[in-house]
Ligand binder design. Structure first.
Ligand SMILES: Nc1ncnc2c1ncn2[C@@H]1O[C@H](COP(=O)(O)OP(=O)(O)OP(=O)(O)O)[C@@H](O)[C@H]1O
Ligand SMILES: [Mg+2]
Length: 328
């Protein structure tokens, strides 16, 4: 059997935000792995902590965010303990992020050309490439993301490009800098469907060619099914079920996952409300036991008081739910 290598391991991650002296406990005990050359999804409704998870992986939480506990291992090394220079190297060579809001990813006052040069300079430092060689690499990678006129793009500033172009520029930079891990936060959802589809297909083909590992964050189960090999179902800052995408879709175990599947294909803020009454709990005072218990039709005393632990359904599928565990 081929040996699995994990490019990323997120271990028991808890993250809070503090606003006006009130602490909100957003992520709680989040754990998942990303195998090299695979695409892993995180899906859940608005506000469940998807962007927070990705930002923590890049170690770029906003200043009011605190990592309470946990580890993020990139090729075995905890990025939360990396010295500054090493962390910078990790962001330049290791992981890159496509932000949910494409305008926040690029520096508005620097030309695309100079942003590429900056990104590539570090990645190819050892090879001592000339500026012309670096720009050739940039142009090539712009072509791979279907931006047909690389020279024009390189000579533009971000505001001269459309949102879809900017996202594709970000993907191209990540690729040209030969980063191993792409953190994609709702790629393309702010854009029109054809461009979203193009971006998803591009990401999928890069993963399939073995060049890239991806963490894909989305509201959409359709996107998860299309792009990922394994999936994590997130509810209110916790991962309630996970495993091989196919198995989770065919045999959802957690009442929340089942409800998600019932409101296919796309969830907006209120999407799930149709399936299950109530909404995400108040993070400043989260439920003591299972975070889903207040909305769960099957919850009992144990669910309200104890944290569910992971229970294996098969080698590639687990659920954190007392009720599913007991086969109810
Ligand atoms: N800088 C911040 N300060 C305080 N609270 C924050 C901050 N950023 C996020 N939050 C809160 O943390 C929770 C999770 O937010 P996050 O952006 O991670 O959710 P999300 O799953 O990405 O949602 P969406 O699908 O809408 O993008 C929300 O309740 C949000 O209000
Ligand atoms: Mg988000």
């Amino acid at each position: 059997m081929e040996e699995k290598t994990n490019v990323l391991e997120v271990r028991d991650l808890s993250v809070s935000y503090t606003v006006a002296n009130v602490k909100t406990h957003v992520l709680e005990g989040v754990s998942f792995d990303v195998e090299k050359g695979k695409s892993v999804g995180i899906v859940g409704e608005s506000g469940c902590g998807k962007t927070t998870t990705l930002r923590t992986i890049l170690n770029v939480l906003p200043s009011n965010g605190t990592i309470e506990s946990g580890e993020i291992l990139y090729e075995g090394e905890n990025i939360l303990e990396m010295p500054k220079a090493r962390l910078q190297e990790y962001r330049q060579k290791g992981a890159g992020m496509i932000f949910q809001d494409p305008s926040s990813a690029l520096n508005p006052v620097i030309s695309i050309k100079n942003q590429f040069l900056e990104a590539l300079k570090y990645a190819h430092k050892d090879k001592k490439l000339t500026k012309t060689e670096l720009l050739e690499k940039a142009a090539k990678s712009l072509e791979t993301v279907s931006l047909a006129d690389p020279d024009r793009i390189l000579n533009s500033y971000p505001f001269q490009l459309s949102g879809g172009m900017r996202q594709r520029v970000c993907i191209a930079m990540t690729m040209a800098a030969q980063r191993q891990l792409l953190l994609a936060d709702e790629p393309g959802t702010a854009l029109d469907v054809t461009i979203q589809d193009q971006i998803l297909r591009l990401i999928k083909s890069l993963v399939e060619s073995g060049e890239l590992s991806v963490v894909m964050v989305t509201h959409s189960l359709g996107v998860i099914r299309q792009v990922t090999t394994s999936v994590n179902i997130m509810y209110a800052g916790t991962i309630v079920e996970g495993g091989e995408t196919k198995q989770v879709f065919e045999n959802p175990q957690h009442p929340y996952t089942q409800a998600l599947m019932d409101c296919l294909p796309k969830l907006t803020g209120s999407g799930i409300a149709k399936g299950i009454p109530g909404r995400i709990p108040d993070y400043s005072n989260p439920p003591k036991g299972c975070r889903f218990a207040p909305r769960c039709p099957y919850a009992d005393e144990k669910c309200r008081n104890e944290k569910p632990v992971r229970h294996e359904i098969s080698a590639e599928h687990w659920v954190a739910c007392f009720q599913a565990e007991e086969g109810k």
